[in-house]
Structure formats: structure tokens, C-alpha cells
Design a protein around this ligand. Structure first.
Ligand code: CP
Ligand code: NVA
Length: 304
């Protein structure tokens, strides 16, 4: 049966850890992965902008001998009203997997139901599981382990936060989200992440107090205050989110060897200061690089 990757929770803990191992292998020996996707066609559809996801998927597919067909929905009949179901059924006759970046998670789920090939979530309004794979790979690479580590996420309880909560809980991390009132992660995700944490020896908490999340954290993480599709809220959010900025004071609360993470794109002076993102604790470029390796491992896993 085909496997999709719509949420990081689609993987068991063992599969997730196996995937992170494969991502490390793909990074350590790029040569050994040259033919893994030979003869394979992968369609990538973007209904929102992207730098990292698009380029890392396209480069990764090419590095493994496959062919990436990158499309914006405006170029497809999808942009003129063809249904997502018909698109999924047709593309399945041409390609071996479909990667979609879109708005509602329901669009990805509909695509997955209608496609007979694996569908990968390249970001929706409620999840960014590919980002989470690279994030976990990066934390493990820097810290040597994941289980028991404290990860503090500051800012909007958004797609990136959701995937970190689910992924972090699954590998036994202590994930602490600090967000303004009214911008909490959606309750169903928090409940699921807490359940998963219980099963896997981790912990998940949501607070409105930065110090509760950041104190002694091993990794500090933030994301934009207004995500794609929320641009009109950017100004009103600014004032509310100001207290959640990842700045030097927050870094001082964390463990002495804490790393600083950001999925990017970043807005210096808003959710993170230049001193922190461009400072010695920042691992954001390695984190961005790991998108490539983690997605290569993901494609190999789904298409093997
Ligand atoms: N982090 C991330 O997904 O970046 P892009 O929006 O550039 O793909
Ligand atoms: N939360 C951000 C992530 C961008 C990679 C957004 O959805 O725009």
C-alpha cells in the first residue's frame, strides 16, 4: 500500500528515527545516493511561495537521479477550477509521487485520497512535517540525541509549531510552546502531541510565559509572526507578539550550550534579533541544509 506523508505523526517512532538515520547517511555520503530515484518522476505543486522547500526538493530529486516537475497551481488547470481529486487521479498516471504546498490541510488530504501515488505535505496552514524532519536531524546532529532534550518554541502556534510538537513528542523530547493568548496551537494537535509524549517518554506544554518555556532549554526556536496567507494581520500581530521575540535575554535563560533555530524566512528585529540569528548559537544554515538531506531520505523511504 502506498504511504503518504501528510503529518509527521504518519510515521511511527521507529520509522521516524530510521528516517533521521537515513538523512544522516544521505548527508555523509551523497555519492551513495546518486541512483535512488533513477527513472522516477516527482510532481511538486506550489500554491504558496517557497525558497527552501522548492529548491531542496528539486535539487535532492535531481541528485538521486530522478526528475522533478515543478508547477504552480496557476499553471495547472487546478488554477482554473479542475478539482483536486481529478488532478490527483491524472497526475498519478504520470508521476511516482506528488509534493504539495497549499493552504488547508483538507486539500492535501483530498489529494492523498485521490492519488494512487505517495503524497507529501510541503506545508499547509496546519502542518510543516518536512521542516520537522530537518529540525530533528539538526538537533540530533548538534546535541547527539533527542530524547529528554528541552525544545522551546516562541511565537505563533502555527504549522511549524504543530509539527515540532508532534515530532518532538514522538522522539521523547520536552517541547514547550510559549505564545500569546489566542494564538495557541490548535487543541486537537496539542492533545495528540501530549498523548504521543506520554507514550514516548516526552512532554508537551503550552504557556503564555516565555521564561517557562525558555529556561534551561537545549534548543530555542521561532518562526514568523504572520504566516503565508496572514499578511493582512502582520501589523496587528506585531504588538501582541513583541514579548515573544527570540532575543539575547531569552538566550540567557536557556542552557549555556543551547542552539538557536528558525525555519526561515526570518524577519530580523521582529520574531528574532539579528544578534541572535547571526550569533554564535544559531544553527539556521545547517538547519536549512538539512531540508535537502531529510527530504532525500523521505523520498527514498516512500518510494522504496
Ligand atoms: N522553511 C521553509 O519551508 O522555507 P520556504 O518557505 O522557503 O520553502
Ligand atoms: N509559518 C510559516 C512557515 C514558512 C516556512 C508560514 O506558513 O508562512
Amino acid at each position: 500500500m502506498k504511504r503518504d506523508f501528510l503529518s509527521v505523526d504518519d510515521l511511527s517512532r521507529a520509522e521516524l528515527e530510521q528516517l533521521l538515520d537515513a538523512a544522516d547517511e544521505a548527508k555523509a555520503d551523497r555519492e551513495a545516493w546518486r541512483t535512488r530515484l533513477e527513472g522516477r518522476q516527482i510532481a511538486l505543486i506550489f500554491e504558496k511561495p517557497s525558497t527552501r522547500t522548492r529548491v531542496s526538493f528539486e535539487a535532492g530529486i535531481s541528485e538521486m537521479g530522478g526528475n522533478a516537475i515543478v508547477l504552480s497551481s496557476a499553471e495547472l488547470q487546478l488554477g482554473r477550477g479542475e478539482t483536486i481529486e481529478d488532478t490527483g487521479a491524472v497526475l498519478s498516471r504520470y508521476v511516482d509521487a506528488i509534493v504539495l504546498r497549499t493552504f488547508g490541510q483538507d486539500r492535501i488530504e483530498r489529494l492523498a485520497r485521490s492519488a494512487s501515488v505517495p503524497v507529501i505535505n510541503a506545508l499547509s496552514d496546519s502542518a510543516h512535517p518536512c521542516q520537522c524532519l530537518a529540525d530533528l536531524q539538526t538537533i540530533r546532529e548538534k546535541k547527539g540525541a533527542l530524547e529528554g532534550l528541552g525544545l522551546a518554541y516562541l511565537g505563533d502556534g502555527n504549522n511549524v509549531a504543530h509539527s515540532l510538537m508532534l515530532g518532538g513528542a514522538k522522539v521523547g523530547m520536552d517541547v514547550r510552546v510559549a505564545c500569546p493568548e489566542g494564538y495557541e496551537p490548535v487543541p486537537s494537535v496539542t492533545d495528540r502531541a501530549k498523548q504521543s509524549a506520554l507514550e514516548n517518554g516526552g512532554r508537551v506544554s503550552v504557556t503564555h510565559v516565555v521564561a517557562e518555556a525558555a529556561t534551561s532549554a537545549d534548543a530555542l526556536y521561532t518562526d514568523v509572526w504572520a504566516s503565508m496567507g496572514q499578511e493582512s494581520e502582520a501589523d496587528s500581530r506585531g504588538e501582541l507578539f513583541d514579548r515573544y521575540q527570540l532575543n539575547d535575554d531569552v538566550v540567557d535563560l536557556a542552557a549555556e550550550d543551547a542552539i538557536v533555530m528558525h525555519c526561515l524566512p526570518a524577519h530580523r528585529g521582529e520574531e528574532i534579533t539579528a544578534s541572535v540569528i547571526d550569533g554564535p548559537r544559531s544553527v539556521v544554515w545547517d538547519q536549512a541544509e538539512n531540508r535537502l538531506h531529510a527530504q532525500k531520505a523521505l523520498l527514498a523511504f516512500l518510494l522504496s
